[in-house]
Ligand binder design. Structure first.
Ligand SMILES: NC(=O)c1ccc[n+]([C@@H]2O[C@H](COP(=O)([O-])OP(=O)(O)OC[C@H]3O[C@@H](n4cnc5c(N)ncnc54)[C@H](O)[C@@H]3O)[C@@H](O)[C@H]2O)c1
Length: 255
């Protein structure tokens, strides 16, 4: 059966595509017919998307907190594919620990740079070089439920950076609508990937699945593809009149 969500002919650049939720977005976009360019901080990590999804996935790499790198990334994709129809700002990092008083400023700043400044740099470069001249395009941001409501316990830079990303989503939707550019965000809840698995190990802090499930009416963690399908819908022409929105994908967390 052909997918109702059809991304055939669209070139999609997906940051943080080398793992976790990003890999799920790559998988879904590929299934919907998009030309997928998976980005990550190194070529080796970006190639995870090729290993996971297939040889048809293209890759590009670079630290997106560096403005020069962002220009090179966008130029590289444009040179290879002539345009970028969909940008998914998905790369992100969690806070370096739960206790606000112990988090050092450089670590706090890094979270804000990756989660908030980098999506701005990428959106700006893609709009300037491609979407505004073409008078069309879709920019999508991976926000988080913690950017929409404040939860107790850590995630100080993280939740602030995601709230700022939601604000940026609305602002760019407002400013760039006249160019035919739609800007939306997806706010995942607890997804069984990336942060949720790694952060607990990295910072030696226990993320208890049973505790999370008590707050999730659908009684399961989300999968990367759950998030991917929401992005695919917002990327496709069926969502052609939707901009400046945040779609939560959280199994009913906190309703
Ligand atoms: N996992 C969850 O439960 C959850 C919930 C809500 C939101 N999110 C968001 O989803 C997105 C993906 O997270 P994930 O859980 O899949 O984690 P992840 O660590 O698997 O993926 C993040 C990716 O971003 C890349 N990245 C980080 N810093 C970068 C930089 N400076 N330049 C280039 N690439 C960089 C990493 O290499 C990694 O591949 C993030 O924005 C995160 O905030 C995750």
């Amino acid at each position: 059966m052909k997918n109702a969500i059809d991304l055939t002919g669209k070139v999609a650049l997906i940051t943080g595509g080398g793992g976790g939720i990003g890999e799920g977005i790559c998988r879904v976009f590929d299934a919907c017919g998009a030309t997928v360019v998976a980005h990550d901080i190194s070529d080796e990590i970006a190639k995870n998307a090729v290993r996971a999804v297939g040889p048809q996935i293209h890759t590009v790499s670079g630290d997106i907190t560096v403005e020069k790198n962002v220009e090179v990334i966008v130029d590289t994709v444009m040179a290879a594919h002539e345009r970028i129809d969909v940008l998914v700002n998905n790369a992100g990092v969690p806070d370096a620990g739960q206790d606000i008083l112990k988090v050092r400023y450089p670590d706090w700043r890094w979270v804000v740079d990756v989660n908030f400044a980098a999506p701005y740099l990428l959106s700006h470069a893609v709009a300037r070089k491609c979407m505004v001249p073409n008078r069309s395009g879709v920019i999508l941001n991976t926000a988080s439920i913690t950017g929409l409501r404040t939860l107790k316990g850590g995630e100080t830079a993280y939740s602030a950076s995601k709230a700022a990303l939601v604000s940026l989503t609305r602002k760019l939707a407002l400013e760039w609508g006249e160019f035919g550019i739609r800007v939306n965000a997806v706010a995942p809840g607890a997804i069984n990937a990336g942060f949720l698995k790694n952060a607990a190990l990295e910072y030696n802090e226990q993320v208890q699945e049973e505790d999370l499930l008590q707050m999730i009416p659908l009684d399961r963690l989300g999968e990367p593809e759950d998030v991917g399908w929401a992005f695919a819908f917002l990327a496709c022409d069926l969502a052609g009149y939707i901009t400046g929105e945040v779609l939560t994908v959280n199994g009913g967390f906190g309703i």
